[in-house]
Design a protein. Structure first.
Length: 64
């Protein structure tokens, strides 16, 4: 069967995806600095795109 898990960023009282929220962003970055795919992290498609954008923004600003 298909492996399916609820998106941790779509539930009620979920943390806001923002480049300043470094603790949240670090959860979705692997040890070598790559962004974890949505298949592994079970994040919804739209949230994954926003997460990727915010991680890249934080990397450019030197926060990560």
């Amino acid at each position: 069967g298909k492996f399916s898990k609820k998106c941790p960023l779509s539930i009620k009282n979920a943390p806001i995806i923002d480049y300043k929220n470094i603790n949240l962003l670090k959860k979705y970055i692997s040890d070598n600095g790559k962004i974890v795919s949505s298949k592994i992290s079970s994040v919804a498609f739209g949230k994954q795109k926003k997460l990727t954008r915010e991680i890249k923004k934080a990397k450019i600003l030197g926060l990560i």
